[in-house]
Design a protein. Sequence first.
Length: 368
Amino acid sequence: MATFQSLPAEIRHKIYFLATPARVVHVKADFLYSSELDTLWRVSGYSGSFKNWLRYKKGAIAYFYSNSPIPVLLHTCFESRDLLMKMGYQLTFKTKSHGPRTWFNYDRDVLFKRDDTCEVAEFDPVDAIRVRQLAVDHFTGCLYGACQLQGANGPIWWPAYTSSSLYSHFREFTALEELLLVDWTRNTVPKGLTNDTDYPVKPPSKRHRYDIENLWKCVKVEDSSLIRTVYDSDPREEYRIGPEISRTVNHHPAPGLADWGTFSTQSACLQSELVQHWKRENNFAEGWRAPRVTPVHLIDEQQKEILQQKQKLAVDELHRLRRYWALVLQERKERIDARRSEISSREHQYLSAYSWEKICWIEKDVFS
């Protein structure tokens, strides 16, 4: 009877590869236990107090770790482990006092670092320069303050937000190719999106250290941005800094409609700002290229499917609104092309019926 080992080596290797999905690896940092620290302090010969020694040694007694699922084929058999290690899987992210503890593939995996990680420990420069994709949270607001749009009556600013703090959180990753700004995680997805589905009240917990059933997926925010504006209320059920543009004068369409909901212009402007931060820090030297900036949700597979379903419903609703207001949109376009300022009662009714953000979505393909 044929067995797995009787398959050709190239087929076995292909199976190993397909059975090992790319991961988002959430790396955390922590100190040693207090009892271990006390022992280190006593044998260090330090003349000051334990508290002062702890402050002095802060960067040298911390370590990185991760609870992300370990690729199971690393611990299955010699052949699968050998192949995965040749593919680039390795223990990495050491500190000054501790060796590497996290399995990571620099070519496939995304490093997820929360904004307080480096307050505890610093990444080794040799490790940091190899990271290609980095995800950070609490910084999506940078995309909404990254650029100035040119309107019909002068420049229009997006809501202000600083990019300097974002730069400080990835400056050590000098060879970064893509910077992922995390909006939702699987634990912060708005309840309004999953209330009418079979998704559990709380995200399912990991069953064991190799469990990949609920791996985080990177889903672009622009793939769900329509949901937030087509419906009357934000499904996040919370305040957020969003892509808002003030209403234009003389009832003109919003500037930059071609980019509405895609974040491409904002991302490009944010890249330029990050380059300026780097130049100021490095005496205006050239040669550094800012990473691509992409806003994403880190959610599991079931949440991703729910989001796709909701997005489809939002697209259907958008098409319905465009059909309903088709004559008004044609009239509005002809009026604007002819540079007439007076509007009809029907156009006024249309402009008064929805939020400005929803109008921007309705008009996106009309005036773009």
